[in-house]
Write a protein that binds this ligand. Structure first.
Ligand SMILES: Cc1cc2nc3c(=O)[nH]c(=O)nc-3n(C[C@H](O)[C@H](O)[C@H](O)COP(=O)(O)OP(=O)(O)OC[C@H]3O[C@@H](n4cnc5c(N)ncnc54)[C@H](O)[C@@H]3O)c2cc1C
Length: 409
């Protein structure tokens, strides 16, 4: 393609988009549009080292320094895109229409806030560097009692950091266990144990009815009437795709921007990262429709694939992946490969190594349709990638369990 590539979203997927086409030798003009003023930076450390290290680490991607000088990219940082017109081939940035010949949309997700927290002091969500900076400061004022709503990845990582800082930490989770929807309640119970053995109080199976406090948070009121006193409250209640600005653009937006297997959402428009919903051909027998991932690895890969397809649409290739994510809780590394989908009645979970009852180390396999579709590894770092290969090879249930058995011998 000749013409201009515009990438909207200056984070992981956006950066990888630029890097991929430049690595391929595509030398056309590129504009990178980002709502935040920062150069692309890495988010996973924001709920890990960034919050607890004595020295505040710089999480800017190394590649960010190459964007302007080496890659000749025109940067529009601190300037959100506000509208898209696919018929005209324009994106509105500020109040200016910007023409594109190929477009990559990579606007990611925003953190959901907890209803009723309004402008109360002491309440935080965490998605951006600025969020992390604010929370880092609050965790260092005296020795605050920290309460986290939501025992998902973000909430659990914040709780871990709180304990590392020596704080009194409570996690409140409405579901019976952390990550029940993703890994199932049985394995979720193992994650509760990880919290407990590290001194975090975990209240599961109880919702939050409201937040107590006039100008500053004082307590979290639980649905069973109890109050959990708190000085700092973090809402880890999930993230939603940043798609509002695409209203009226003519794209199909259904909890993400719906795309085809090549990540194309409209002619010349490709999507990548947390906003992308696309059919992952590797799992079309076990998934009901297109999937959306919110993981680092797939965002990076999709950024590269979307941009390559955008500048060479006649040679567009499908994107397919075995999803992978990791999360660090205390000194434990949790890894998942495949499609969790553990709510399905036909997914069978087998612990194939270690013991999950005390919180690990252990590995569990998830099988459906008589084949392995997922694996959870807690503190067994080498295992996850071995099972990722088996999933990619469409390995049957029996063969996967035999493989696990052979690793135990
Ligand atoms: C705190 C934290 C910890 C995480 N830890 C892990 C982990 O341990 N393991 C793992 O696998 N994954 C982790 N993730 C998930 C991973 O970081 C994300 O999946 C990844 O960042 C998604 O990349 P992205 O480029 O699609 O979107 P994002 O990183 O969300 O970036 C999107 C960018 O687009 C910008 N934007 C939004 N709207 C507009 C607009 N209208 N115009 C211009 N720009 C716009 C945003 O400001 C943002 O900079 C974590 C995420 C967070 C927030």
């Amino acid at each position: 393609m000749t013409g201009t590539l515009v990438v909207v979203g200056a984070s992981l997927a956006g950066l990888r988009a630029v890097e991929a086409v430049r690595a391929d030798g595509w030398d056309g003009p590129i504009s990178l549009v980002g709502a935040e003023e920062h150069l692309p930076y890495d988010r996973p450390p924001l709920t890990k080292d960034y919050l607890c290290a004595d020295e505040c680490p710089d999480t800017t991607y190394r590649g960010s320094a190459r964007l302007a000088d080496e890659f000749g990219v025109t940067l529009h940082l601190g300037e959100p895109a506000t509208a898209l017109d696919v018929d005209e081939g324009t994106v509105v940035v500020g109040d200016r229409p910007m023409r594109y010949d190929a477009l990559v949309l990579a606007t990611g997700s925003y953190a959901r806030s907890f209803p009723g927290t309004g402008n109360l002091d002491g309440v935080f969500t965490i998605r951006t560097l600025d969020d992390a900076r604010a929370l880092r400061g609050a965790l260092r004022v005296g020795s605050p009692k920290l309460t986290v709503i939501g025992a998902g990845f973000i909430g659990s990582e914040v709780a871990s950091v709180g304990r590392e800082l020596g704080l009194d930490v409570t996690v409140v989770e409405r579901a019976p266990t952390p990550l029940a929807g993703a890994i199932g309640e049985r394995m979720g119970q193992a994650l509760t144990e990880i919290h407990r053995r590290n001194g975090t109080k975990v209240i599961t199976g109880v919702g939050v009815d409201g937040i107590v406090g006039d100008t500053r948070v004082r307590a979290v009121r639980l649905a069973d009437g109890r109050d959990v006193q708190t000085d700092v409250l973090v809402a880890g209640v999930g993230a939603a795709p940043c798609t509002e600005w695409l209203d009226g653009a003519g794209l199909t937006v259904e909890d993400g921007v719906v795309a085809d297997a090549t990540l194309a959402a409209a002619p010349g428009v490709y999507v990548a990262g947390d906003i992308a919903r696309w059919p992952n051909a590797l799992f079309d027998d076990v998934l009901d429709g297109p999937m959306r991932l919110q993981h680092w690895t797939s965002a990076a890969e999709q950024g590269a694939r979307a941009a390559r397809n955008a500048v060479a649409p006649s040679r567009a290739q499908p994107y397919q992946t075995i999803p992978y994510f990791w999360s660090d809780w205390y000194s434990s590394r949790i890894q998942f490969v495949g499609v969790p989908d553990s709510d399905r009645h036909d997914v069978e979970t087998s612990v194939v190594a270690g013991d999950h009852t005390g919180g690990g180390p252990f590995t569990a396999l998830y099988c459906a349709n008589d084949r392995i579709i997922g694996a959870l590894a807690v503190d067994m770092r080498a295992e996850a990638m071995k099972y990722r290969r088996l999933i990619a090879q469409n390995t049957g249930r029996t063969a996967a369990l035999e493989f696990a058995e052979s690793r135990r011998r």
